[in-house]
Design a protein around this ligand. Structure first.
Ligand code: CO
Length: 208
C-alpha cells in the first residue's frame, strides 16, 4: 500500500476510535476552537507538536516552517501570530526548535543552488550565525555547532516575537517561551524561562 493511502486508512481508524471513546468529541470540535497555546515549530517530520506534547485536537494552534522562524515581513507567519494573539487570545506562544535541525545545518553550510526558496528563507539564520561566529567557531564538532545555533535561534525568535508589534499590542499579552526538543530522548527543554520546568509530570505524560 502506498504511503498516502495508508494515511487515509489510519485516519478512519483514528476517527472511529475517538468516537468510540467519546461520542460527542467531533460535535464539540465542530462548535469552535479555544486553544490556549500558539506553537511555532519546525516542519521537520520528527517533531510533531501534538504528538510530543500529548495535546488533543483543539489544544494547540500550530504554525510550522523550516527552522521555526518568525519574521514580521513574512505574511504567512505573521498572519498566524496575529490571529492567535488578537482573535483567539492565546495565553502562551511556544517557539520550539530541535537539535539536528536541517534548516539550521543548511545555514552553516554552502548555499544549495537547488533550493533557492530555502536559501532566501534562512538568510536571517546565516546572519545570526555570523553574529555569533566567535561562539560557534569555538565548537569543534560540526553537529554540536548546529545544535548550539539551534538554541541561539530559538532565543532569537523569542526575542523577535516578544518585541513584535503584534504581541506588544495584544489585549492580553501572551507569554513567549523558547523550548528545544532533543531527538535522542524525545524531551522538551525550556531555554528562555527556567521556571517553565514542571515540578512533576502528570502520570500519563511521564509514562508516555
Ligand atoms: Co528543523
Amino acid at each position: 500500500m502506498n504511503h498516502a493511502k495508508r494515511l487515509l486508512l489510519a485516519n478512519r481508524a483514528w476517527s472511529q476510535e475517538a468516537t468510540a471513546r467519546d461520542p460527542g468529541f467531533f460535535e464539540r470540535l465542530a462548535q469552535g476552537q479555544q486553544p490556549r497555546v500558539l506553537w511555532i515549530g519546525c516542519s521537520d517530520s520528527r517533531v510533531p507538536a501534538e504528538r510530543i506534547t500529548n495535546a488533543q485536537p483543539g489544544e494547540l494552534f500550530v504554525h510550522r516552517n523550516i527552522a521555526n522562524l518568525y519574521t514580521s515581513d513574512d505574511g504567512n507567519t505573521s498572519s498566524v501570530v496575529e490571529y492567535a494573539v488578537h482573535a483567539l487570545g492565546v495565553e502562551h506562544i511556544v517557539i520550539c526548535g530541535h537539535h539536528h535541525c536541517g534548516g539550521v545545518r543548511a545555514a552553516l553550510s554552502a548555499p544549495s543552488d537547488a533550493l533557492p526558496a530555502v536559501n532566501r528563507r534562512i538568510a536571517g539564520l546565516r546572519q545570526l550565525a555570523h553574529r555569533h561566529r566567535d561562539t560557534l567557531n569555538a565548537i569543534d564538532d560540526f553537529e554540536a555547532r548546529v545544535d548550539r545555533l539551534v538554541e541561539l535561534n530559538i532565543v532569537e525568535q523569542v526575542r523577535l516575537l516578544r518585541e513584535s508589534p503584534i504581541v506588544l499590542s495584544a489585549p492580553v499579552r501572551p507569554t513567549v517561551h523558547g523550548w528545544v526538543f532533543g531527538l535522542r530522548q524525545g524531551l522538551l527543554t525550556p531555554l528562555t524561562d527556567l521556571d517553565d520546568v514542571p515540578d512533576s509530570m502528570p502520570a500519563a505524560i511521564a509514562a508516555a
